[in-house]
Design a protein around this ligand. Structure first.
Ligand code: CA
Length: 226
């Protein structure tokens, strides 16, 4: 069956060019010219891959990705401006599968797309679950459970636990946590993380009698696997 690709790119010339090449390769292509429209289409689902520009009107690419990842694991390749190292790091942190730097050769893009599809095919048997301290996180369903009980979390609480579980046994400092949980553009005190940790402790530790997030004095937080 034809693979369906969503192309979110505001520069019509580039979008048109990429579309022609992808169609020529046998892909089906849907275009969106701003972040808001792109996110809406992506959330509606039915795409095998999303090509996502970062500099977009209405909603930038990183924000599109962040919101999309709360609901969908569709492979995403970011289209970044040259030398925008921060964009690449933020994009990968926010859950992009790959990125390609503009201007790119179409052959390189096609190769990246094939790699993304191959990875997806190989990974389709896996469930996206993380388990630690008896707590299970299902990243496909965006759900955290302890035993049979589903734990209600805000998005930021979820992101905080997710980050610490992904890097279990590694102490994460507040600033790193703040960047992943609140976004790189967030301006505020890092003690916002302490507030989220307190909320999580009252929702999880107090309720189930476990010690999930440990404080490492003067450094940050860690979830240990034991
Ligand atoms: Ca752009």
């Amino acid at each position: 069956m034809e693979k369906k690709i969503l192309l979110i790119e505001d520069e019509e010339k580039i979008a048109r060019f990429v579309e022609l090449e992808l169609v020529h390769e046998g892909y089906q292509v849907v275009k969106a010219f701003n972040g808001r429209e792109g996110l809406e289409l992506a959330l509606r689902g039915g795409f095998d891959l999303v090509l996502l520009d970062i500099m977009l009107p209405e909603l930038n690419g990183l924000e599109v990705l962040r919101r999309l990842r709360k609901e969908s694991m569709v492979p995403v390749i970011m289209l970044t401006a040259r030398d925008a190292v921060m964009d690449k790091v933020s994009g990968l942190d926010a859950g992009a599968d790959d990125y390609i730097t503009k201007p790119f050769a179409i052959e390189e893009l096609l190769a990246r797309i094939r790699v993304a599809f191959k990875k997806q095919a190989g990974g389709s048997q896996q469930t996206h679950q993380l388990t630690v301290c008896g707590l299970t996180m299902d990243t496909d369903r965006h759900e955290v459970t302890y035993g049979e009980e589903i734990i209600e979390l805000t998005n930021r609480e979820y992101e905080l636990i997710h980050t610490l579980m992904k890097h279990k046994n590694i102490v994460m400092d507040r600033e790193k946590l703040m960047n992943t949980v609140c976004g790189y553009n967030y301006v505020g005190e890092t003690n916002i993380i302490d507030v989220y940790v307190r909320h999580i402790r009252s929702k999880i530790d107090d309720r189930f009698g476990i010690k999930l997030i440990r404080t490492v004095r003067g450094v940050g937080y860690v979830i240990k696997d034991e």
